[in-house]
Design a protein around this ligand. Sequence first.
Ligand code: APR
Length: 310
Amino acid sequence: MDKKVTVIGAGNVGATAAQRLAEKQLCDVVLVDIVEGVPQGKALDLVEAAAIEKHDSQLTGTNGYDDTADSDIVIITAGIPRKPGMSRDDLISTNAGIVRNVTQEVASRSPEAIIIIVSNPLDAMCHVAYDTCGFPKQRVIGMAGVLDSARFRAFISMELNVSVENTHAFVLGGHGDTMVPLPRYSTVAGIPITELLAKDRIDALVDRTRNGGAEIVGLLKTGSAYYAPASAAVEMAESILKDKKKILPCAAYLQGEYGIQDLFIGVPVKLGAAGAEEIIEITLTEEEQQALKKSADSVQELKDLLKTLK
Ligand code: APR
């Protein structure tokens, strides 16, 4: 394959992302983890599935970084996931150290790469990676909104008993309790859901979306969601690798857009070969603006907290 993607963290999200990247024939994949044997074992297992899944992607598992050199994209999933009762923010001190360390390793070997952050707390981890790698802002992007809007779409489709393919959903803000789903921009076959559902039903779906991660953590008990997070990261990678220029909700570094300064937060982003090629600004109602401001304030708090952890 002429493209190469490194996935850091061969746990649930990382290994699933590696599988999807390979099976979609998007690229060769290098899977890195600190635990000896795990990335090698999972990569080999995926290689052995290739004949049946019919793909020619090469998969390499390693505990080092030499094989990651000259990656087009690096997806960082390394870190610890949530346990029941934990918020994403509880992970900050452990995951900040891990993300800083792995970003240093990959940035020096793949200076032209685009980094997609998956580790939580997402928006704060984007700051850690951005500050560490020194890459332009277009090349550090966080995966959150694609996952949150996929969850919203799933719930809309269940509620209305329509194909999920007919749904479209719009989510802004940080990846946390303050995320801002936008019902008036969320549609079924182009029809805003505000035309199809009563307000209390929409509020219930929005609530379930906000708590979508916690709902899965509560069920799994020993980890957090990974099928949908991996799908979301791979959709972003595909848009970049194929220069599709899809507009997807991603955490991007804002410098004045939406009135927000120097902060990673979820907004609609055009994803192409250069990374976050454009941030799309839409007009928000007063209420939506307030909700986004509240979300930005909570990301800012985590950003400030990061300074005390260094
Ligand atoms: N370098 C490389 N890999 C590491 C490092 C490190 N410094 N530290 C931890 N890891 C690896 C772990 O060994 C583990 O295999 O990261 C992997 C994480 O996998 P899981 O524990 O299965 O967690 P996962 O569900 O994949 O979630 C990873 O993504 O969605 C977020 O909140 C989630 O922050 C978490 C991350």
